[in-house]
Design a protein around this ligand. Structure first.
Ligand code: COA
Ligand code: AMP
Length: 630
């Protein structure tokens, strides 16, 4: 009989190196490691040191060699443009090889960074794989970010090359990417050598002579030339990508992912966690700009020889709340992974789930949710309407794969609504008090992971080792600080309740309130400000700003509010979903001057709150409540 979760978790705990050594046989290596784990390397040790491998080889070439060439690798389904197309593994190899040749012809090689600023098109996955093939380090920037955010990433990653598109398409509007890209390059201190632009027929763009190149023209030439571009042998510990994620301040953190450990963990997760076999269709309805897109639209399904879906649409409105069911039935999807917010949106439009009945859902076995807390109401609705297990799992950009989940391939554990279930092998999850002491079952505390982190997790932050140490390793020595608060119950089930830092989760998107505050503080009339995440029925949380104006400002307040809202959209991007701002006379603070954001959030949400003992002037909280009630 196959081993269940407890046996596997214990096998890992008893001998982690043996466990990860065995699991690594799922990957084709060019040369084996010196050590499965080298504790003296990196911040907490490194996995598979000395081994050589290539992620693109494992995602593409080896499947073609093994006879999967005619199987669909990527299905592009775009209800927003009305286009559907399929790339088999053999066709994907041709495309990836052609793009790798184009990159090489532009002087891009091993270790060079390439920024990808692309909508949800198959070319996004092809670009990631082409970089991986030649050992270039990609950094995908989500399309909903504004030019300044892109510029920050350009300056941090210092890319040699950028791949982008003329436009993205959002319901009811075309988002012209090229002007954003041009502006970002203009603002950034670092300048890329060249760019490759995918012209989309919904809206094309002008190319700057000598700097911008047309994707299709160069690709066509490379396809015709048909040059073989071999997969560069890379160290398992070499970086595969950098993905920027929100930190407490406006400066995003460049999470680094390596090649070897990442492949091992993701490949293992496909069967053990998602219970998917090679050849099946797996769909992560997210965006390649997020970690879910990296791990589960591109890398994991392809490492496992599955068919993945690149979906350019929304759960509702493209054209209706039945789109997900149409995609599942049409492409015979076995598992869907998305954020709970997508289900809240569907439930709002189609509360009785009528549209599900229009589709043959017989291929569909499991729904996986992550990215934000899965509220029990949404979970129950999905279970009730879809009649399949609905599995919450918890992870972060930093880890790249599940910290806690319900491993469907090892035998489903009983579900407790509100809990992402149990730690996966590799993660010794503990709950500590602020003083670093272990906490009793059922009590709320800081969730930490005992070091070392398992394969696949980030070894550092790009160009920011000190920030990495300070943010994640310093507060609880010997542990990785997840910055999530929660508890473990008497059955060992984990409950993730809130962030312990200034990060909020809006529609499954991780955003920094500190970053928004930096932008608002830049408004000419604002003296100081605070942003908190308030409860939102659709998006889980929504940002809410409080601004104190400079004395003497006598302009129309509604005008100032509008300007603040536009400023955040312009500087951070529409993804910030910043729509609500209050002008207040003063901000509540502790006697040491710390703004009481938590208390403001509770007042805004109508939750019970206690007067903080250290508050400087209690009357300010009444003022805030009055403004909110207006
Ligand atoms: N390029 C440009 N703009 C984008 C964008 C992109 N790739 N993605 C989102 N935006 C824009 C949206 O158009 C919207 O603009 P608006 O203020 O003009 O309406 C804004 O950013 C906010 O987007 P979002 O928070 O996604 O809200 P929404 O109302 O457009 O959609 C959901 C809400 C729930 C339907 C959507 O967030 C969703 O499908 N989420 C679930 C899946 C997911 O992406 N999860 C994330 C990680 S798993
Ligand atoms: P990201 O790095 O964008 O994936 O966001 C990670 C954060 O999202 C976590 O630290 C949590 O705060 C939150 N999160 C992700 N998945 C879950 C989940 N299943 N339950 C609760 N919170 C989650």
């Amino acid at each position: 009989m196959a081993l269940g979760y407890s046996e596997i978790y214990n096998a890992w705990k008893t001998d982690p190196e043996n466990f990860w050594g065995d699991v690594a046989s799922g990957i084709d290596w060019f040369s084996k490691w010196d050590k499965v784990f080298e504790p003296d390397s990196g911040a907490y040790g490194r996995w598979y040191t000395g081994a050589t491998c290539n992620t693109c080889y494992n995602c593409v070439d080896r499947h073609v060699q093994a006879g999967r060439g005619d199987q669909a690798a990527i299905i592009y389904d775009s209800p927003i443009t009305g286009v559907k197309s399929t790339l088999t593994y053999s066709e994907l190899l041709v495309e990836v090889q052609a793009l790798a040749a184009v990159l090489k012809s532009k002087g891009v090689g091993k270790g060079d960074r390439v920024i990808l600023y692309l909508p949800m098109v198959a070319e996004a996955a092809i670009s990631m794989l082409a970089c991986a093939r030649i050992g270039a380090v990609h950094s995908v920037v989500f399309g909903g970010f504004a030019a300044t955010e892109l510029a920050t990433r350009i300056d941090d990653a210092t890319p040699k090359f950028i791949i982008s598109a003329s436009c993205g398409i959002e319901p009811g509007r075309i988002v012209a990417y090229k002007p954003l890209l041009d502006e970002a390059i203009e603002i950034a201190t670092h300048k890329p050598d060249a760019t490759l632009i995918l012209q989309r027929k919904q809206q094309d763009c002008d190319l700057i002579e000598g700097r911008d190149f047309d994707y299709e023209t160069l690709m066509q030439a490379a396809r015709t030339a048909g040059d073989e571009v071999l997969c560069e042998p890379l160290l398992a510990t070499d970086p595969l990508y950098i993905l920027y994620t929100s930190g407490t301040t406006g400066a995003p953190k460049g999470v680094v992912r390596d090649n070897g450990g990442h492949m091992v963990a993701l490949k293992w997760s496909m069967k053990a966690i998602y219970d998917i076999d090679p050849g099946e269709v797996y769909w992560a309805a997210s965006d390649v700009g997020w970690v879910v897109g990296h791990s589960y639209i591109v890398y994991a399904p392809l490492l496992h020889g599955c068919t993945t879906i690149v979906f350019e649409g929304k759960p509702v409105g493209t054209p209706d709340a039945g789109t997900f069911w149409r995609v599942i039935s049409e492409h015979k999807v076995a598992a869907l992974f998305t954020a709970p917010t997508a289900f809240r949106a569907i439930k709002k439009e189609d509360p009785t789930g009528e549209l599900i009945k229009n589709y043959d859902m017989s291929s569909f076995r499991t729904l996986f949710l992550a990215g934000e807390r899965a509220d029990p109401d949404t979970l129950k609705w999905a279970e009730d309407k879809l009649k399949v297990p609905v599995i919450d799992h918890w992870w972060q950009t930093e880890t790249g794969w599940t910290i806690a989940g319900n491993p469907m391939g090892l035998g489903m554990l009983p579900i407790k609504h509100g809990s992402p279930t149990v730690p996966m092998p590799g993660y010794d999850v503990q709950v500590l008090s602020d003083e670093g002491e272990p906490i009793k079952a059922g009590e709320l505390g800081n969730i930490v992971v005992k070091l070392p982190m398992p394969p696949g997790c980030f070894p550092t932050l790009w160009n920011a080792e000190a920030r990495f140490q300070e943010t994640y390793m310093a507060e609880f020595p010997g542990y990785y600080k997840t910055a999530d608060a929660g508890f473990i119950d008497e059955d060992g089930y984990l409950f993730i309740m809130a962030r312990t830092d200034d990060i909020i989760n809006v529609a499954g998107h991780r955003l920094s309130t500190g970053g928004m505050e930096e932008v608002i503080a830049g408004h000419q009339d604002v003296a100081e400000c605070a942003v908190v995440g308030i409860a939102d029925a659709l998006k889980g949380q929504a940002p809410c700003g409080f601004a104190v104006l400079n004395s003497g400002v006598d302009r129309d307040i509604s005008e100032i509010k509008k300007e603040i809202v536009s400023l955040v959209r312009e500087k951070i991007g529409p993804v910030a979903a910043f729509k609500l701002v209050y002008v207040v006379n003063r901000l509540p603070k502790t006697r040491s001057g710390k703004i009481l954001r938590g208390t403001m959030q509770k007042i805004a949400d109508g939750e019970a709150w206690k007067m903080p003992a250290t508050i400087d002037d209690p009357a300010i909280l009444d003022e805030i409540a009055e403004v909110l009630a207006e």
